[in-house]
Ligand binder design. Structure first.
Ligand SMILES: [Zn+2]
Length: 228
């Protein structure tokens, strides 16, 4: 498993970085070993000078790294358009945060194992049975580090963009109040439809096939990253 057993992370580095043309505060969190070696775990992107209106908590997305979806724009999953939509919503909100989990590729099994699972899926497995065939649970993620990073940023209540009730439940248990769940779905393609159906029907996700209400200020019909 790629998630560290250590649940407490330190702030390793932080600087303002333009995302598109919007300056945001990028912070890298991780562990420092006894030999001084740094292990990077999480990148957060926080809107600068967040607008705190009427006590509304920041809009947040906890996103697991997905090389194929986030970087390559693969339509085998919906990670790429979820990340783009979430980031745009965060930027527009003036009070939001992205928590990008660097070590949660493939729902926590790592890139090589994810590609092994893809090979099994090409031979007829679904996303759950492929993970089980490789000896992994269907869902191997642990959000303790995400909660820790939010606390480092002074955030203990959020409006969370997710379709995953398990994520909401884990955060609440970890002391981060999820005051609203904002669906982040509807990004279906011919390549990911079966995957999204498994997430909705077998993994208890909500709205992966289609959000029931719109994201704040973001057209859900926005084309996936890389589309013209
Ligand atoms: Zn993905």
């Amino acid at each position: 498993m790629t998630t560290s057993d250590e649940t407490s992370v330190a702030r390793l580095a932080s600087a303002p970085v333009p995302v598109g043309s919007t300056l945001m505060q990028l912070t890298v969190f991780g562990h420092v070993g006894a030999d001084g070696q740094e292990t990077e775990e999480v990148v957060t992107l926080r809107t600068i000078a967040p607008r705190r209106e009427s006590g509304t908590p920041p809009i947040a997305r906890i996103h697991s790294a997905c090389f194929t979806g986030d970087v390559l724009g693969s339509e085998k999953c919906d990670c790429g358009p979820q990340l783009s939509a979430a980031l745009e919503t965060i930027v527009q909100s003036h009070n939001g945060v992205l928590v990008y989990m660097l070590r949660q590729e493939g729902r926590g099994i790592g890139l090589a194992n994810k590609i092994r699972a893809y090979a099994l899926q090409a031979a007829g497995h679904d996303t759950i049975s492929a993970n089980l065939a490789l000896g992994f649970p269907a869902e191997g993620r642990d959000f303790r580090i995400a909660a820790d990073c939010l606390r480092h940023l002074g955030i203990n209540r959020v409006r969370l963009m997710t379709n995953n009730p398990e994520k909401v439940g884990q955060l609440a248990t970890l002391g981060i109040a999820v005051e609203d769940r904002v669906p982040l779905g509807g990004f279906r393609t011919p390549f990911n439809e079966a995957y999204l159906e498994v997430k909705d029907r077998l993994m208890g996700h909500l709205d992966a096939l289609g959000a029931t209400r719109p994201l704040l200020g973001h057209p859900l019909a926005a084309p996936p990253r890389g589309a013209s």
